[in-house]
Design a protein around this ligand. Structure first.
Ligand code: MN
Ligand code: MG
Length: 655
């Protein structure tokens, strides 16, 4: 073989076919005397996922779990002469097992964190800190990593700053050198010193300010690398691998969140483990970025990998090492990310590997306790949470999401230029009948509320975002939402209210302002978001704190990554207006809100209404259990109107 890079598709073929038979890597066959084939395996963004289980829906799932990734790890170890297993951070937080340990069981001196128990069981050789390691505070973090039987390195979280990063007193060891013995192609053992250095997005100072301010500070990732790498070389590192809990993106300047591509430009770094974005590298997702080769799996010519998230993939760097005088260099490399499951054309999932029993066993007791935790009350709601009327009136299932989002974004905006702007929140009903059927609604009675109820309130694993919009954009955002409804002829009876081509997840209610929707007007936007009636105005009386919103007024809207990134083509939400990309999922935000508040009051505040059209009525279909809550709808003249199709109940609204 003469080419330096071997097409990764060749290696993926075996796994995509669903077999566990993976051909011996050609480097193993090819390695000569003074050449050694070293396989570096990466997990990243595990977020406490050990079992293949979705604790929100309380069901097994085939797309997550270190117990599954463990089988991919075992396959490599079984065939490899030389291998190394490294984690890339974000292991302590991100599912109800993590919340259970943090909020319920706690971490005392000597306690073992379940993800650390699973990682010890698998024999990880190193890890680094991700941004989420800081979510529960420094004390929790330090007690958790104390149980690790492997070094955890982090070079840019600083306790005491020195003149340069290399002089800093860091929270954890900035780097380590692992002494390994590798066997070369002729069967001779050699010593090799592998340097590992870790990095986290400096944005943790903002995301976890309440835990970190006054206790630690951060350094720019590239700046820290440039300072430390020569120190590692002086200390005898033969090759250096960066554990970069940071994504791959274009950009320059100080303090980049996703700095792995820029980090690859640092002299002396030989290979990079990346993460944080919850994506897969190599993959087409990164095609077209300058300096990125998605075929070779390189960043600025250096091998790099990103192993998905929640155990979805194992990243694999195959390095052909060659003796180079007294040291080693990487003579050739291949890169791949092996999945634990495949998504079929019909969207079904086929698992590609079984779980490793020893890994399941290592956390079996905590798994059991987590199941009890998600099923028992963690807070109280003073009002029932239901979505039966979410499309016709302000509604508690949307109100609670909005309340949690505004609470979270308000905190995140502190200390930013947006702190003083009004904070609004956009949320849409996800479970609102439609194609999901007459039972497809949220319906949680007043009283105790459990973690598994939160899945019901927020179906998607979106992450929170803040966008900055003008009053004009805000109004058009609501005009876009109001496409939910058919145009109504004043004076006519029993007109069909809902446009069946408009999905409920695009019916954003914006809390923090008040407004009316005039159904006698045509919709300004088509169901897919095209502007069709530029002069139409369904939104009336749009007010903030009792005063009309002016077109040039500025607002922050709390929303999710789907909407902020252009999902649904909403005016004012095309990616360009995003001012804050949160590391937290909207679901985690809701859980945190409920746990911290203890008692929540999700009663709708009736901040929007239909504009009265005397002598006009509309019909709307919802779940039959809606009848139980009819009395709650104070602002609406509504009455039962018999049965709808397919088990739905029909209601009449006098506008
Ligand atoms: Mn993560
Ligand atoms: Mg409201």
């Amino acid at each position: 073989m003469t080419c330096k890079h071997i097409n990764r598709r060749h290696f993926l073929a075996g796994t995509i076919a669903g077999t566990s038979l993976i051909a011996l890597h050609p480097f193993s066959a090819r390695a000569a005397a003074n050449q050694a084939h070293l396989r570096i395996m990466e997990t990243t963004d595990l977020h406490v996922h050990v079992y293949p289980y979705d604790y929100y829906s309380d069901k097994p799932v085939d797309t997550v779990g270190l117990a599954r990734t463990a089988t991919l790890i075992k396959q490599v170890r079984d065939e490899a002469t030389n291998s190394m297993l490294i984690d890339n951070g974000d292991f302590l937080q991100g599912n109800p097992m993590g919340d259970y340990i943090a909020y319920e069981r706690g971490m005392k001196d000597g306690d073992m964190h379940p993800i650390i128990m699973a990682m010890n069981t698998l024999g990880f050789e190193a890890s680094t800190l991700g941004n989420h390691e800081f979510n529960y505070g420094l004390d929790f973090l330090m007690k958790s990593v104390a149980g690790a039987e492997f070094p955890v390195v982090s070079a840019n979280v600083v306790l005491e700053r020195g003149a340069a990063p290399r002089d800093d007193k860091t929270l954890l060891k900035p780097w380590v050198i692992v002494d390994k013995t590798v066997t070369d192609g002729s069967g001779t053992d050699h010593a090799i010193r592998i340097g590992l250095i870790g990095f986290v997005p400096p944005q943790i100072m903002n995301w976890d300010r309440r835990h970190l301010e006054g206790n630690v500070s951060t350094r720019d990732i590239v700046e820290a690398a440039q300072s430390f790498v020569p120190v590692m070389k002086e200390a005898g590192a033969d090759i250096i691998i960066a554990l970069s809990h940071s994504g791959i993106a274009a950009g320059q300047g100080d303090g980049l969140e996703n700095a792995s591509l820029q980090l690859a430009g640092v002299d002396g770094i030989d290979a990079i483990l990346t993460g944080h974005q919850h994506l897969v590298f190599p993959s087409d997702r990164f095609e077209g970025l300058a300096g990125v080769d998605t075929n070779a799996g390189t960043l600025q010519g250096k091998p790099a990998v990103m192993g998905g998230f929640w155990g979805s993939h194992m990243g694999l760097l195959d390095l052909m090492l060659e003796r180079d005088g007294n040291s080693w260099r990487i003579a050739a490399h291949t890169v791949q990310a092996r999945p634990i499951a495949q998504r079929n054309k019909d969207r079904s999932i086929t698992p590609l590997v079984e779980s490793q029993q020893a890994v399941l066993d290592s956390v079996a007791q905590i798994h059991k306790e987590t199941l009890e935790y998600i099923r028992r009350p963690v807070g109280k709601t003073t009002a029932p949470l239901y979505s039966y009327f979410a499309l016709v009136a302000d509604d508690p299932s949307v109100q609670i999401v909005s309340a949690a989002q505004s609470w979270y974004i308000r905190d995140m905006m502190k200390g930013t230029p947006y702190e003083s702007l009004p904070i609004l929140s956009a949320a849409a009903p996800f479970k609102a009948g439609g194609r999901g059927g007459p039972e497809y609604f949220t319906d949680v009675p007043a009283g105790a509320i459990a973690i598994k109820n939160v899945a019901d309130l927020y179906l998607y694993p979106n992450t929170a975002r803040a966008v900055k919009v003008t009053g004009a954009q805000l109004k058009n955002w609501l005009e876009r939402s109001a496409g939910m409804f058919n145009q109504v002829t004043p004076g006519q009876q029993d007109q069909v209210l809902l446009n069946p081509d408009f999905p409920s997840y695009n019916f954003d209610v914006i809390d923090g302002v008040t407004y009316g929707i005039d159904l006698s007007q045509p919709s300004k936007y088509a169901p897919k978001g095209d502007l069709i009636n530029p002069d139409a105005n369904r939104i009336t009386d749009l007010e903030y704190e009792g005063k009309p919103v002016t077109p040039d007024q500025e607002f922050i809207i709390a929303t999710n990554n789907y909407r902020a990134g252009g999902g649904g083509h909403f005016p004012g939400a095309d990616g360009s207006t995003t001012v804050f990309e949160a590391p937290d999922t909207n679901r985690d935000v809701i859980v945190r809100y409920i746990v911290e508040k203890g008692t929540i009051n999700p009663t709708a505040d009736d901040n929007w209404h239909f504009v009265p059209l005397p002598g006009t009525s509309v019909l709307f279909d919802t779940g039959p259990k809606a009848i139980n809550y009819l009395a709650d709808l104070k602002g609406l003249k509504i009455e039962p109107a018999g049965d709808g199709p397919d088990g739905f109940a029909r209601f009449r609204i006098d506008l």
